[in-house]
Design a protein around this ligand. Structure first.
Ligand code: URA
Length: 478
């Protein structure tokens, strides 16, 4: 006996869930179900209409996984989900666990779907169409890997609530008209006008850009650097990053990002206010050259020069200090003054190979107050650190260290965005804003300033321990 279970293109999850509930309630084993088919050449019966006597309760976890896997393009997704359901009911192992081959496969499928949705949100490109209503009208063609138009559409409805738009894919078309989202059959690739594309792409990108989620490494792995220069909108990234923290604050203050009734259409608001394009460095050397011209904050006015990082461009460990001091400012190299000497001694004690390290600072210009002939160190403020994070992000992106060691509170804030006191965090690893591991330690200048010799010896030993751990983690086989 076999049963054919046809499933619709839209509302697939609800239909699968209903059919699975009926099938399991009649205790129909997985090998008797033909999901998504009509039985073909073989005689297959439809499922019974009414549920059978056997009832099963499934967990939220299963439903959540199923709701994601269902959008995958693999034809066997329906039957795999039903196999998992069947095994849950039979108490046959743990079919949702990553340790189970079926569970692992389902989780991988769910991951693929979520990645595909993410890609759609990032890479859909709208073109403007003539509109006979007050709302501007846009269309896009997109080819997702999975059936992700339906689960991915709500994002666009929220972001572009004040426009009409259509996204056509080879399997389904999403339409947003006068605030209502609907789905239609697969579209042919539309013939979209080429004109105005640049500013529209830029408009779109400026809208989907969420500065609270800047992750340069992630951006690069999703959209490798080599493509950036060919995409019109990516030329805006440096400027948008520059303004990012201020935008995060504005977003926090503004609460939800749904457009207020009566506000200007988002496309109009951005049309004349697009940030100016800035060239994106293609290499570490280019980034260094660009940083030497940095005018992102006022610190460049009084400092002698930008102090870029130094060391091995293929370093496994990046060590980040606060900012250049008086001697570094004159020499143009990091960590050459008293704090630098203390750091190099600690590195030697910890047997850290300098040939595998990149040394740099959270802020690339010396901040000081003049006192007589002296220039007294002043810590950078948050805004200065945030402006300079652009350069640190480029260093991290090009060098790709296995681990980063943050020395002191400024470096810790630059790398993690977390400004809480260092005391409780020292010696621990946090995940940085770039998505990589960051170990936190004392700044050598702080150690040198400690008045109590015993406290100073203790802190120096802790720095050595942290350096040893950081280097071991950075060199460890994965
Ligand atoms: N202190 C730092 O944080 N960095 C240097 O380069 C020198 C002193």
């Amino acid at each position: 006996m076999s049963y054919a279970v046809p499933l619709p293109q839209r509302g697939t999850f609800a239909a699968w869930r209903q059919a699975a509930r009926i099938a399991i309630s009649h205790r129909i084993p997985p090998d008797q179900l033909e999901w998504g088919g009509d039985g073909g050449l073989f005689a297959a019966d439809p499922l019974p209409d009414a549920p059978g006597p056997h009832q099963i309760r499934v967990t939220e976890g299963f439903l959540k996984l199923a709701e994601s896997v269902i959008w995958h393009s693999a034809p066997e997704r329906f039957s795999l989900l039903y196999q998992a359901l069947w095994r849950i009911d039979q108490r046959d192992g743990t079919p949702l666990s990553q340790a189970d081959p079926l569970g692992r496969r389902l989780h991988l499928m769910a991951k693929g779907v979520s990645r595909d949705i993410h890609k759609m949100h990032a890479f859909v490109r709208f073109r403007e169409l003539p509109s006979d209503t007050p709302r501007r009208s846009f269309a896009a063609w997109f080819e997702p890997e999975h059936n992700t138009m339906e689960p991915g559409a709500a994002f666009f409805a929220k972001r572009f609530g004040d426009m009409d738009w259509m996204i056509a894919t080879p399997r389904l078309t999403a339409q947003f008209r006068a605030g209502a989202l609907s789905f239609g059959p697969a579209g042919a690739r539309p013939d979209l006008p080429e004109d105005a594309s640049e500013s529209l792409w830029a408009t779109y990108f400026a809208n989907i850009f969420n500065p609270a989620r800047i992750k340069l490494d992630a951006m690069r792995s999703e959209m490798p650097l080599k493509y950036w220069k060919n995409l019109p909108e990516t030329r805006l990234i440096p400027e948008m990053l520059k303004d990012a923290e201020a935008r995060v604050q504005r977003m926090r203050d503004a609460g939800a990002s749904v457009a207020r009734p009566g506000s200007a259409p988002v496309s109009t608001r951005y049309r004349d206010a697009m940030p100016q394009a800035v060239a994106l460095p293609d290499s570490l050397d280019q980034a260094k050259a660009a940083a030497s011209q940095c005018r992102r904050c006022g610190l460049c006015e009084a400092a002698t020069q930008t102090v870029w990082g130094a060391g091995a461009p293929d370093a496994v460990l990046m060590i980040v200090g606060e900012q250049p001091g008086d001697q570094e400012d004159l020499a143009g190299r990091p960590f050459v003054g008293p704090a630098g000497q203390a750091l190099h001694q600690a590195m030697a004690a910890a047997r850290v190979d300098p040939g595998k390290v990149w040394l740099t600072n959270a802020v690339k210009h010396f901040k000081f107050t003049p006192r007589g002939k002296m220039r007294m160190h002043q810590s950078p403020d948050r805004a200065e650190i945030e402006h300079c994070r652009w350069w640190l992000g480029l260093e991290l992106g090009f060098i790709q260290p296995r681990l980063t060691l943050a020395l002191g509170a400024s470096a810790a804030f630059a790398l993690t965005g977390d400004a809480s006191p260092l005391g409780a965090r020292r010696g621990k690893v946090q995940i940085g804003l770039h998505d990589g591991p960051v170990l936190l330690s004392w700044h050598p200048a702080y150690i040198l300033r400690l008045p109590d010799p015993a406290a100073q010896a203790r802190a120096r030993q802790e720095l050595i321990d942290d350096l040893r751990l950081a280097f071991a983690l950075a060199c460890a086989e994965t």
